[in-house]
Ligand binder design. Structure first.
Ligand SMILES: [Zn+2]
Length: 153
C-alpha cells in the first residue's frame, strides 16, 4: 500500500492505518484460515474499511490458498513459468488458450486456472521445447482457417 495519508470514509476525520487480519473461509467442506489479509483501521471511529487495492491483494491471497488445497499452481508460480518461458501474458494466452486475458486473470487471482491448464503449464515448464509444438499448432490453425473458406455454391 502507498504511504499517502488516507482519511476514513466513515467519519471523515480519522486517519486510516494499514492493518493485517486473518479470516476463515469455507472451501470444499474444509476450513481455510488465511492470514495476512490487508485492511485499514480508523483511529477515531474504529471503522475497518478494506481499500480497493487491498481487496485485490486479498483476492489473490485467497485464490492462492484455494489453489494450494486443489494442488494447483499459485499466481506467482504461473507468473514465474510464463516469464521463464519468455512469454508476455498475451503470448501465453495465444499459445495455451483460456481467452485473451486469461493470464492476467490467473496472475491476479481473479480466475483460477482449470486443472487442464495447470497440467499443461507444468508440462511446458518442464519441457520448454514443447512451446515450439504449440507455436506450430497455433500457427497452422490460423493458416488452415484461411483455407477453410466455404466453397461457393
Ligand atoms: Zn473513522
Amino acid at each position: 500500500m502507498d504511504t499517502e495519508t488516507k482519511i476514513c470514509p466513515m467519519c471523515e476525520t480519522g486517519i486510516l492505518t494499514p492493518v493485517t487480519y486473518a479470516e476463515d473461509f469455507e472451501y470444499r467442506g474444509a476450513l481455510l484460515h488465511i492470514e495476512g489479509l490487508e485492511g485499514c483501521e480508523c483511529n477515531v471511529c474504529g471503522a475497518d474499511p478494506v481499500l480497493k487495492e487491498q481487496i485485490l491483494c486479498n483476492q489473490a491471497r485467497i485464490a492462492d490458498a484455494k489453489r494450494q488445497i486443489d494442488g494447483l499452481l499459485t499466481s506467482d508460480e504461473i507468473r514465474t513459468i510464463r516469464t521463464t518461458l519468455n512469454l508476455s501474458q498475451q503470448d501465453a494466452a495465444a499459445l495455451f488458450g483460456g481467452g485473451v486475458n486469461a493470464f492476467s486473470k490467473y496472475e491476479r487471482g481473479d480466475v483460477m486456472q482449470s486443472v487442464a491448464m495447470d497440467r499443461l503449464l507444468r508440462l511446458v515448464a518442464r519441457h520448454p521445447f514443447l512451446l515450439n509444438e504449440l507455436r506450430q499448432h497455433v500457427g497452422s490453425k490460423t493458416e488452415s482457417r484461411v483455407c477453410e473458406t466455404p466453397p461457393r455454391s
